[in-house]
Design a protein around this ligand. Structure first.
Ligand code: ADP
Ligand code: MG
Length: 306
């Protein structure tokens, strides 16, 4: 049975190459280089077995998704990713599991050129904590707090797919096989919108990534900005896979209250160009809260201690 250091060397030490990495896995800290005029943005996210993913989920998917969700926070701030660390807790040193896990890590590292620069490996109930580090210009960031009355409310990609995937994985509905595959990928392989976030740095007034649900996350922008957000449900972008479900009220509930899509929700002055792949779904007015003419349950999003 391999020890901790052997496991680290075998599964976690080869994913750390990048120009900005002065020192990666192997010492007491990693050292990352910032460019002149930049500051560090950082965030951490934990995924726990039976809370964030089922025990029998594929290790590649668990690893990929954990890193993708953490990177999404950098996207929401407009940060350029520098690297991440991984604190992993495992019930046992299952080499098959670890090998698959490192394949999932390698996939997300490759896709976003974001290196794994350090971490921690411990024994216990399965969990993965991913800390991401990114670079922001010293004078700019996408915050939740800058939305202004008159701005448009926009979203990237399509919404509701991850919630529909969960419903299908829990056997609550059955999409056709192509739609099922697409939705599965949308849940387990979310695409952090890193390029979009950086592109929005100069134009968006506020931004957040959709992790809790569109209405819940819109509520965070509304509260932080001291404005009211009006959402037009008919304008919500929908994937072909989701339109597979002919129950409209269910579809709308997934789109409005389902989380886990990791798309960006942002506000744009109405003179700004809408980036490709994004949709205007509403607008900002004076007042407070989120107004959507359709009542849905679960709009406050998932809360661990509620
Ligand atoms: P320390 O005791 O100094 O905290 P560790 O023994 O925990 O160091 O880890 C040794 C090296 O391996 C460190 O550079 C650490 O960042 C790295 N490391 C440990 N676990 C992981 C992991 N799961 N992924 C990436 N790097 C890891
Ligand atoms: Mg340690």
């Amino acid at each position: 049975m391999a020890g901790e250091f052997e496991l680290i060397a075998r599964y976690f030490s080869s994913l750390g190459g990048a120009e900005q990495v002065d020192l990666g896995v192997g010492d007491d800290c990693a050292i990352l280089a910032l460019r002149p005029g930049e500051r560090l943005a950082t965030s951490v996210d934990t995924a726990v077995v039976d809370v964030h993913f089922p025990a029998d989920a594929f290790p590649e998917d668990i690893a990929y998704r954990s890193v993708a969700c953490a990177l999404s926070d950098l996207a929401a701030m407009g940060a350029r990713p520098l690297g991440f660390t991984l604190a992993i807790t495992l019930p046992e040193a299952d080499e098959f599991w670890l090998h698959s896990c490192s394949e999932g890590l390698a996939a997300i590292v490759r896709e976003h050129c974001v290196p794994l620069v350090g971490g921690d490996t411990t024994r216990g109930a399965l969990s993965l904590s991913v800390q991401v580090m990114g670079a922001l210009p010293s004078d700019r960031a996408l915050l939740r707090s800058g939305a202004c009355p008159g701005d448009q409310l926009c979203v990237s990609g399509t919404v509701g797919d991850a919630a529909a995937a969960l419903a299908f994985l829990n056997e609550l509905w059955q999409p056709d096989p192509a739609a099922a595959e697409f939705l599965y990928q949308r849940f387990y392989r979310p695409s952090p919108r890193l390029e979009l976030g950086q592109a929005l740095l100069g134009s968006a007034t506020a931004a957040i990534d959709i992790s809790d649900g569109l209405l819940a996350d819109a509520g965070h922008i509304a509260a932080a900005s001291g404005v009211r957000l009006e959402i037009d449900p008919a304008a919500l972008p929908i994937s072909a896979a989701l339109s597979n479900c002919d129950d409209e009220s269910r579809r709308l509930a997934w789109q409005l209250a389902g989380g886990d899509d990791y798309e960006l929700l942002f506000t744009l002055p109405d003179v700004a160009d809408l980036p490709t792949g994004c949709t205007v779904i509403g607008h900002v007015t004076d007042g407070e809260g989120v107004h959507c003419p359709i009542p849905v349950s679960g709009e406050s999003g998932y809360q661990h201690f509620a």
